[in-house]
Design a protein around this ligand. Structure first.
Ligand code: AHR
Length: 292
């Protein structure tokens, strides 16, 4: 298997890489692995090199949604099956890949929005009758950034008190989250809620909020996505208020699908990962056995 990974931008990604590498080893699958450092051109180069090396199957987690048709057609012409993991491509030609294994990112955004609707009465921290939300988005053009934004914003639209007053990318990194939050704290008045597209951005933002003399989780309510160990620790300590889970442990399902595809067996076009969400008490209960 040739696997073209997005990068090492987050705790989620580190857990995802570990799951893929460990499962390949356990299942006796020879894995060629590359880290694209969040750059599409690096991923395309890696896929082309896997085609040249005539691997049996290519799997990858696309950095962004668009711009994959040419390289996927090259793989198809070389009769090398492709599996999408974690993130989707927006290609109209679904024959370019065998299956897509990963989360429903729209649903994750909806769950984050639903928590805010359910907790609106305690989320008007500034007490002015409005709930001002700042949003730290994931990597621009990436499926989870596009879908989580849509799911969240469509859901909160049913309550006119809740408004997203500023939204910017933090590139799914801790540093990005910190820098964007610092800028929001300077430019925006009366922030009640932060919605960060992943835990790392939320954790970076927490540093900025503390540096501004505010208490994360109280002065600004915080909702994130992933449920990594660091995120769950912050939730358990009350610095984050709610986390929607996104499961990175895709290795076992990916290797099962790959074996079937290489054996010419049929696989479903879409395999959705099962996920939950956590409040403070649930995070405290889950932390001792959390795997990532
Ligand atoms: O594609 C999954 C997302 O990518 C995770 O939520 C995020 O942490 C990662 O970088």
């Amino acid at each position: 298997m040739g696997f073209a990974q997005v990068g090492a931008e987050s705790g989620w990604r580190t857990a995802n890489t570990k799951s893929i590498q460990e499962t390949a080893k356990k299942d006796g699958i020879k894995l060629k692995f590359s880290d694209a450092q969040q750059k599409q051109e690096n991923q395309i180069k890696a896929i082309r090199s896997y085609i040249q090396q005539k691997v049996d199957v290519i799997a990858f987690s696309p950095v962004v949604e668009t711009g994959w048709d040419a390289v996927l057609q090259e793989a198809k012409r070389a009769h090398i099956p492709v599996i999408l993991t974690d993130r989707a491509v927006d290609s109209k030609d679904t024959s370019l890949y065998k299956t897509f294994l990963g989360s429903d990112f729209v649903k994750e955004g909806q769950k984050a929005g639903q928590w805010l609707l359910d907790n609106a009465s305690t989320s008007d921290v500034n007490g002015d009758g409005k709930i001002n939300v700042v949003e730290i988005e994931g990597t621009t053009g990436a499926a989870p950034a596009i879908d989580r934004k849509k799911g969240f914003e469509d859901t909160i639209a049913s309550d006119s008190k809740i408004k997203v007053i500023a939204s910017q990318t933090g590139d799914f990194t801790r540093d990005g989250g910190k820098q964007v939050m610092e800028a929001f704290l300077k430019s925006q008045k009366g922030i009640d809620v932060l919605f960060a597209h992943n835990d790392d951005e939320g954790l970076g933002a927490i540093e900025a909020i503390k540096a501004a003399g505010l208490t994360p989780g109280k002065d600004i309510k915080i909702i994130t996505i992933d449920a990594t160990h660091d995120g769950m620790t912050a939730l358990s300590q009350g610095e984050i208020n709610y986390i929607v889970e996104c499961n990175p442990l895709l290795g076992p399902q990916l290797m099962d699908l790959a074996k079937k595809v290489v054996d010419g067996k049929s696989v479903p076009q879409r395999v959705v990962t099962e996920e939950t969400a956590f409040d403070q008490a649930q995070a405290t209960a889950a932390l001792p056995t959390r795997q990532y």
